[in-house]
Write a new protein. Sequence first.
Length: 379
Amino acid sequence: MIYQNFQNLKLSALGLGAMRLPASGDNLSEIDEAAAAEMVAYAMEHGINYYDTAWGYHDGQSEAVIGRLLSKYPRESFYLATKFPGYDLSNMDKVEEIFEAQLKKCRVDYFDFYLFHNVCEMNIDAYLDPKYGIFAYLKKQKENGRIRHLGFSAHGSCDIMRRFLDAYGDAMEFGQIQLNWIDWTFQNAKEKAELLNERQIPIWVMEPLRGGKLAALSDEASKKLLDLRPDESVTSWAFRFLQGIEGVTMILSGMSSLEQIQQNIQTFASDRKLNEQEQTALLGIADHMIRSILPCTACRYCTAHCPKGLDIPALLKLYNEHCFTGGGFIAPMALMAIPKEKHPSACIGCRSCEAVCPQQIKISEAMSDFHARLEPASS
């Protein structure tokens, strides 16, 4: 196992994320605890010492299961991370209540790592509002030793991250972002990584495989990678890409089977960063994969012609994300921060925007489809 230095600690470069533990059937709250125990035992035996959970994972059951499983091991043999669930605005005035409950659920007296969860457009104002006392309370817990290291995770834009760091950056010891070879450009992960490096904040990686999407490439793409590294799997390429990114200290993977843990631990037995040719090949595949999305360049000619005043480039960016991912929470979450009258459903199909679009995008059709795709989430 490769280890990374973080302050006075040696962290396994691979961390076990407890968001996708094996479950019984389709019910995420029914974690297969025996299978999860086998995974944790193998991880502990083979050098993984970082375990990441959260209040909402597995419908609220992840913390309790991870707590029970890790309680079988000496407390000093692992580092445990969890998060304050600010993705739900109804939690903002409950920081003390939730924190105390988390300690009990996880069966620990302190958290090695604790995060502001999912800093984004929807919750940035509440996170920064002193009336909720979230930062003050968590800072106090750090002073009391109940939090050893304080950080944040973010799915929001780089501008949102800057706002958060301008307010709390001096107290942030690590920042967790969605980072992988697709999102390097698609979700502006490169810019976010550069921001954290500028602030000298170590990078924690989430979604290294984009929920498994980067572990199942086309035959053509897989062959390109295999020709360059015959002894490496497609999955390992994703991790090798991250090993070469400046500032990356922790790579979290939401593994859901013993086989996945075994394969990933084998990859992390060595540090084999991609060379320039390999990185170019991988990013070329990424470019091909995202070429099918709408080619909006954010020139903003359209916005001056929209009678409803919609931020069309921003909506198209969210539409592309939603289509590429096949759903997910990022687009609905971002739209929660936008007034209803500025949602894709507000498009009246007048096509005034299309008359001036240099890319000849059928914007009205995209807005209609976006609204239809979002309907199940809002119903």
